[in-house]
Design a protein around this ligand. Structure first.
Ligand code: ATP
Length: 259
């Protein structure tokens, strides 16, 4: 690995991915700094999930290189569905990655309980997944991803199936988990929700829907976690509009080039 890669929690260098029956995705350059929260937006099929799979080491690029990510530190993955084992209680679900890593059972259970307490589920350790609301199940899923103390957390539309109030609460939870860790983990968060992207991240990257390349990268204003009533802030509102315009452009440009 090049020396400069130490500056990144994960990076794609000149990456091209070829799937049968569609134009190649890329070339793509994208680097996530340690502790950075990056929101990834783009039209359906632009390549957002592919980027997460590359960073997780679940897939190899056809060309180019993937640095950091699964190749270096620990990487956690959170999906849209909570994917909890229905037959096991919540504590056992969250302890699973530690069990698989060979952590002694009692220690794994202790760490799982502490992580569940951090997401407000400290009193639900013995509950089964079917006894939890959608928001609680996603909190348990976040706890399971955080219990291994990842350097890079990859989140693929994790809150998309939840109502807007629950989504907002979960973003605050995510920020709290992020500030509670030292050093803070980097996160790459895929979302179709522009307001969510501008609220939760330091930076938003827009993928071009035709080529899968980076169409725009916007620095997002304000401190993280957000101050109270941040959604009413003028800088926040105007950045939402800018990101919406960039996203629309990323779709129109490729519609034009495909015509
Ligand atoms: P969505 O927002 O709908 O989840 P996305 O931006 O995450 O989409 P990807 O799932 O990364 O997009 O897919 C990018 C493109 O690559 C799509 O055209 C998809 O059909 C194609 N693709 C992804 N994985 C494969 C695969 N294993 N084999 C063939 N084509 C694939």
């Amino acid at each position: 690995m090049a020396e400069t890669d130490a500056a990144f929690a994960g990076a794609l260098r000149n990456v091209v991915v070829r799937y049968p029956g569609r134009p190649p995705l890329g070339p793509l350059d994208l680097a996530v700094a340690p502790g950075e929260i990056l929101a990834l937006v783009g039209a359906s099929g632009a390549g957002k999930s592919t980027i997460l799979r590359l960073l997780a080491g679940l897939e190899s690029p056809s060309e180019g290189a993937v640095a950091g990510g699964a190749g270096r530190g620990r990487t956690g993955f959170v999906f849209q569905s909570a994917t909890l084992m229905p037959w096991a209680d919540i504590q056992a679900n969250v302890a699973l990655p530690l069990d698989l890593a060979g952590v002694p059972r009692e220690e794994a259970r202790r760490q799982a309980a502490a992580q569940l307490a951090a997401v407000g589920l400290g009193d639900r350790l013995t509950a089964r997944p079917r006894q939890l609301s959608g928001g609680m199940a996603m909190r348990a899923s976040l706890a399971r991803a955080m219990v291994t103390e990842p350097d890079l957390l990859l989140l693929d539309e994790p809150f998309a199936a939840l109502d807007s109030i629950t989504r907002r609460r979960l973003i605050e939870d995510l920020h709290r988990l992020w500030t509670g860790r030292s050093p803070r983990p980097a996160m790459v968060f895929v979302t179709h929700d522009i307001e969510e992207a501008v609220y939760l991240a330091h930076r938003a990257v827009v993928l071009d829907s035709g080529t899968g390349r980076v169409a725009a990268s916007l620095s997002l204003p304000g401190p993280l976690p957000r101050p109270d009533n941040w959604r009413g802030n003028e800088a926040y509102r105007s950045t939402v509009e800018r990101l919406a315009a960039e996203l629309a452009r990323s779709m129109t440009a490729s519609a034009g080039s495909n015509a």
